[in-house]
Structure formats: structure tokens, C-alpha cells
Design a protein around this ligand. Structure first.
Ligand code: ADP
Length: 455
């Protein structure tokens, strides 16, 4: 069964049954209240009759009974043995009617031809001194008529109310289902045509369905961006891998042709092959680093002494490249962060500073409010202003030729940015061409665990 039919059927049935239930309640209540009122009046009549019977002379009993006879009813008197002494009646239909007063009730009730009949009875001392039972019986034909009328009114009201209920339920199911149907058809279309089409949304909609629509559009946008990024990455990666492979291939061919007879050519070819293979190796390692699933890179947070960490990192750089790295620090500073990831980030920036400059590299550590800043300053080629915003894009290099010499891949800063995001570190870049560059990290003293979890 379709969701639309289910909602429609369920709400309509529920509302109709509620309506019918309420109407049956009204009907029964009306019947009971009417009978109670009639019984009370009959009891009053009976009590007045008893008082009068005690006062009037013996001969006039039938007249007295007739005076108190209820409309559409009768009064009858039985002796102790149950034999009828006398009776006065208004209608013959009540001739020999038998009514029992059930236990705990002050009156008896039965029906004749669908019309209710009530009876109250009293023990009394008859004019001759014997004990008798006086019964007052009344046919409630007015009540029967009113009940029929009420029944008709309630049925008409039920039918009349059922129509708007039905219409409003149809409208309601359309309101709920339409956006879901649009969503479902957009999903199907996107799945079959591998597109990222969004659905049209009303600008004013604030309900849950509008929220689902907005989330869907947001998801499509994110998927499309991701897909484009991936496409770009694959095309960049294959392009980047193609260059060293072509170089290797051409030198290998040269080696085949002339390498065995000419030692100089052989050396040149092998050197080029070794250098390009190691470049390819670096590239692949960095690409794998970027391809790692972010979720599996949850940081291992520890309490770190920033100065010690920097002294250690900087001394490793000095030893590896025999360059002048100077460390300036104010005092002992502590942060909560992931030591390995932070070191990896520092290595990327220190390595860039080394690669793109000839002079010393200065590392300055400061405490700023609740953050610790680490500035890595070089006095090298610098970066033109218009290139700074692209630095963290994958495979981006300021000058391609410059990169050839330094052996860079254009992936270092992308990896640095991803690590910085995981560690909630901000990176600021200041640079001037032919003057130098400063990459500054702003590290929070404490990492917000919930933000990391949601990464
Ligand atoms: P690469 O492997 O090419 O160094 P990166 O992503 O680390 O890749 O850097 C991207 C580009 O940014 C580099 O190719 C270089 O042109 C420029 N760059 C990065 N750091 C510096 C720096 N300290 N000085 C000058 N240029 C830099």
C-alpha cells in the first residue's frame, strides 16, 4: 500500500471512528438523562398520590388514581398475594405489561414496540387497611420520538463532517507526500544518470520536510564538490606521474640505444632514472597520505611541551640538511595536541622554508591569548600575492620550473592543511617576492574533542 493511501486511510478511519464514538456517547447520555428525568417526575407523582390517598375518603380511590395517572401511562394496585385490586389506564397497549424493578434500582424499565416504558412502585396501606403495592407505569413515546430525531441528526452530522475530514486528509497526505515524491524522483534520477541535481525548495518553508529538502540539496552539493575534487585529483595525479614516467622511458631507451657503448650517456641516463623514480616515490607517498580516510586519523592528544617538541624537530632538520635553523622562544609553553601529526606539519613547513630559500630559517614561538603561535620565517624567493590563496590546493605550485629544481610535488601544503584542520590549527601566510615568507601556526592550548569527533 502506498504511503499516501496509508496516511489517508489511517487518519480518515481514526477521525471517523472518533466521531462515531462521540455521537454514540451523546446518544446514550441523552437517553439516560431523559429517562432519569421522567423517573424523577413519576416518583414525585407517586409520592403525591400516596399522600392524597391517605387523606381522601375510601369511595373515591379510582378518581384519585385517575387524577395522578401519568400521561400515556397507568396506575395499578396489587394486594399482598399479587392479585390486582384495581387499575386505571390511559392506553390499552400497557394492559398486562410485566416490569421488574432490578436490584439496586428505584425503577423498572422495558420496551414495547421499541418504545421505552418505565415503572415505579410503592408499598401502601389501602383504604380497607390492607397492604398493597401501587405501580405507576409510563410509556415514554416522546422520548422514543426524540431519540429517533437525535439519531437522524447525529447520522447527518457524521456524514457532513466526514466530507471535510476526507478532503482535509487528502490535502494533508498530499502536503506530506508531494515533497517526498519530488525527493524520491530526484534521487532516482541522480542515481541512474549519475548527476547531482537538486530539488526546488520554497524559500519560506521551515518545517521538517523543507529541512529534509535543504539537507538533500546540501548533500548533493557536497557530493558534487567531492566528485569534482576527486576527478581533479585523479587527473592531476596521472599528469604528475606521467612526466617522470616519460623521462624514465626516454632515458631507458637512450640507455638501450647508446648506453652500453658510451659510459657518460649511461651515467646521465641512470642518474635521471634514479632521480625521477625517487620523485615518483615521493609523489606516491604523499598521494597515499592525502587519500587516507580522515576518520581513521583521529588525533592522539597528549600534553606537549611546545619548546621541547620544536627543539627536537629543528635539530633533526639541521642534521638532515646542514642548514641554519634558529629557534626563538619566550618560555615553557604547553598545549594539548597530537605530537606526531604536529611534527609532520612542522616538517612540511620547515622543509618548504629550506627548499625555497638559501639563508637561515627562523622559528619563533609565542603565547597569544589562549593560543600558541609558531612562525616559520625564511628569506627566500617568496610567493606573489595572487598565488597565496591557492597554496593549499592539491598539486598547486607557484612556478612549475621552480618546483622541478626543488623536487616538490605541490602536495605538501595540502597535507599540512588537512593535518591543521584535524588539530584545529589555523595557518596564516605572509610573503613578499624575493624577500621571504612566514608561515604562522596558531595552535589552541586545548583541542575541542567533540569537533574532532565530528571531523
Ligand atoms: P611542493 O612539494 O611543491 O613544495 P607544497 O604544497 O609544499 O608543494 O607547496 C606548494 C607551492 O607553494 C610550492 O611549489 C612553492 O611554489 C610554494 N611555496 C611553499 N612554501 C614556500 C616558501 N616557504 N617560500 C616560497 N614558496 C613556497
Amino acid at each position: 500500500m502506498k504511503l499516501r493511501t496509508k496516511i489517508h486511510l489511517f487518519t480518515t478511519l481514526l477521525m471517523l471512528s472518533l466521531l462515531i464514538f462521540i455521537h454514540i456517547g451523546i446518544f446514550l447520555l441523552y437517553e439516560q438523562l431523559s429517562i432519569n428525568t421522567e423517573v424523577e417526575q413519576l416518583q414525585l407523582r407517586g409520592e403525591e398520590l400516596l399522600t392524597t390517598l391517605n387523606k381522601v375518603p375510601a369511595v373515591n380511590t379510582d378518581d384519585v388514581l385517575r387524577a395522578y395517572m401519568p400521561t400515556n401511562g397507568k396506575i395499578r394496585v396489587f394486594d399482598e398475594n399479587g392479585n390486582k385490586i384495581t387499575s386505571v389506564e390511559y392506553t390499552l397497549s400497557l394492559a398486562d405489561i410485566q416490569i421488574d424493578v432490578s436490584e439496586g434500582k428505584s425503577y423498572g424499565k422495558t420496551t414495547i414496540d421499541g418504545q421505552p416504558v418505565i415503572m415505579v412502585s410503592y408499598p401502601a396501606i389501602w383504604v380497607d387497611g390492607s397492604i398493597v403495592e401501587i405501580q405507576l407505569i409510563q410509556l415514554l413515546n416522546d422520548l422514543a420520538r426524540n431519540k429517533e430525531l437525535l439519531k437522524l441528526i447525529l447520522i447527518v452530522v457524521t456524514v457532513l463532517v466526514a466530507i471535510p475530514i476526507l478532503l482535509s486528509n487528502m490535502a494533508l497526505s498530499s502536503i506530506i507526500i508531494k515533497p517526498l515524491e519530488r525527493l524520491s524522483s530526484a534521487m532516482k534520477k541522480n542515481a541512474t544518470s549519475r548527476s547531482y541535481e537538486k530539488i526546488e525548495l520554497s524559500k519560506v518553508g521551515k518545517d521538517e520536510l523543507a529541512e529534509i529538502g535543504r539537507t538533500f540539496n546540501f548533500m548533493m552539493e557536497a557530493l558534487e564538490t567531492n566528485y569534482k575534487k576527486q576527478e581533479q585529483f585523479v587527473s592531476n595525479a596521472s599528469h604528475e606521474l606521467k612526466t617522470p614516467l616519460t623521462v624514465i622511458e626516454s632515458y631507458a631507451k637512450l640507455l638501450l640505444r647508446r648506453g652500453f657503448t658510451n659510459e657518460q650517456v649511461a651515467n646521465e641516463a641512470l642518474e635521471a632514472i634514479v632521480s625521477e623514480s625517487s620523485r615518483m616515490n615521493d609523489l606516491i607517498v604523499q598521494m597515499l597520505e592525502l587519500a587516507k580516510n580522515k576518520e581513521h586519523q583521529a588525533p592522539k592528544i597528549t600534553h606537549l611541551n611546545v619548546i621541547k617538541l620544536l627543539e627536537n624537530t629543528v635539530s633533526q632538520m639541521r642534521q638532515a640538511y646542514n642548514r641554519n635553523f634558529i629557534l626563538h622562544c619566550e618560555k615553557d609553553l604547553w598545549i594539548h595536541s597530537d605530537e606526531q601529526k604536529l611534527k609532520q606539519l612542522l616538517f612540511i613547513l620547515l622543509d618548504n622554508a629550506r627548499k625555497y630559500s638559501e639563508k637561515e630559517v627562523i622559528v619563533t614561538v609565542r603565547a597569544i591569548d589562549d593560543k600558541v603561535s609558531i612562525a616559520i620565517q625564511d628569506f627566500g624567493v617568496g610567493i606573489p600575492k595572487e598565488n597565496i590563496s591557492h597554496l593549499f590546493d592539491r598539486f598547486y605550485r607557484v612556478v612549475k620550473d621552480r618546483n622541478r629544481k626543488t623536487g616538490g610535488t605541490g602536495l605538501g601544503l595540502s597535507i599540512a592543511k588537512e593535518i591543521a584542520d584535524i588539530l584545529q590549527i589555523e595557518i596564516e601566510v605572509e610573503s613578499e617576492e624575493n624577500v621571504g615568507s612566514t608561515f604562522t601556526l596558531f595552535i589552541p592550548e586545548t583541542i575541542q574533542q567533540n569537533e574532532v569527533d565530528s571531523e
